[in-house]
Design a protein around this ligand. Structure first.
Ligand code: SF4
Length: 342
């Protein structure tokens, strides 16, 4: 798609290539690898053709030659050299430059993304340094929807921030401090150097020690064992929850506080949580100047106030009478019959 669009603009002079020529560029640049099936490939190819037809309808009528296409650049930021390629640069009637970068990504770009895209900022720096002309427009061109998402150029402050970011990143790279950050486009072209993918590339015979994180268990087996045990734990937890609930139901229906097995016994208790009503506590604490201490009835602060030695005993007593049960939950305690141990 990229190369077809590039060749569309790479003519010596207007007019624009015909639609047939554009589709021919597309055919010539098509790569068949990476599709799940021939049907999948045919579907994508057709989809690409539709996009290009629309692209041609939009751009052929007022076709203008760009001043640069797939232009490579080097910029030097205090000795740090950055190299890249800009898809397209147009010269505007005003004399300024317009930078266009083509994207085949799925989603359209949000304003926020556009305003903060570092790539466009660096392109602006490179274009202004290369042609000594001001950049007036920055565009991410969303090919799937044929939408030009355009914003104004970055101001001096943003350019300075980008320069500083480049310097910081370069310094961290120099120090060997560049942790991998996995994202949706991983793996990249360097999986053998990446801590997320390197393990797939380690050859057992070259680094046998890395293959045994636990004595006697190879790393790959340990991963599978981990998954197996975790799934067993989940299954056991679900079983435990079912058994627990049936013991609670049985204790409640029979009015029992303890249920005995052959070797173990389980004590059932309905635990209660207590709390306070805001109005009642306020009525007690406000006249004493203590309401502020519990900040709009923070339950834990009321309990803290009651435990505080400095709180008058009379107040503590009053608060105690205001305690209400706010919720209850069943608790089971297991112990071996005849032992103290729980
Ligand atoms: S696969 Fe590449 S891009 Fe992804 S985290 Fe690893 S090194 Fe970074």
């Amino acid at each position: 798609m990229h190369s077809a669009v590039e060749r569309f603009f790479r003519v010596r002079m207007p007019p624009a290539p015909s639609l047939e020529e554009l589709l021919q560029f597309y055919e010539q640049g098509w790569l068949s690898q990476g599709y799940e099936s021939p049907e999948d490939e045919a579907r994508y190819k057709e989809y690409g053709k539709e996009i290009l037809k629309r692209f041609w309808e939009i751009h052929a009528p007022d076709f203008r030659l760009p001043i640069a296409l797939e232009r490579s650049f080097y910029i030097d930021i205090e000795g740090i050299k950055l190299r890249g390629f800009i898809d397209r640069v147009d010269k505007l009637d005003s004399g300024g430059l317009s930078i266009i970068d083509y994207k085949t990504s799925q989603e359209l770009f949000t304003t926020d993304y556009l305003e903060n895209d570092l790539q466009l900022t660096i392109y602006q720096m490179a274009a202004e340094q290369t042609w000594n002309l001001p950049v007036e427009k920055l565009t991410l061109y969303h090919l799937r929807s044929n939408t030009a998402c355009t914003c104004l150029p970055r101001g001096k402050e943003r350019i300075d921030q980008a320069r500083q970011l480049v310097l910081d990143v370069a310094e961290n790279i120099n120090r060997g401090n560049f942790p991998a950050t996995e994202h949706e486009f991983c793996p990249c072209d360097f999986p053998e150097h990446c801590p997320y993918y390197r393990h797939l590339h380690i050859k057992t015979e070259e680094q046998p020690d890395r293959q045994e994180p636990l004595p006697g268990i190879a790393a790959a087996d340990a991963v599978e064992k981990y998954a197996e045990v975790q799934s067993q734990i989940k299954e056991l937890e679900a079983q435990l929850e079912d058994i627990k609930q049936s013991i609670i139901d049985y204790s409640q229906s029979e009015g029992l506080n303890r249920v005995y097995g052959s070797k173990n016994e389980i004590t059932y208790k309905l635990m209660e949580r207590t709390g306070f009503s805001g109005d009642e506590v306020k009525a007690v604490l406000e006249p004493e100047g203590l309401w502020e201490k519990v900040l709009g009835l923070d339950q834990s602060l009321v309990k803290k106030l009651m435990a505080d030695k400095a709180t008058p005993a009379e107040i503590k007593k009053k608060l105690e009478t205001l305690k209400r049960i706010t919720s209850s939950y069943p608790q089971l305690r297991l112990r071996k019959t005849g032992s103290e141990e729980e």
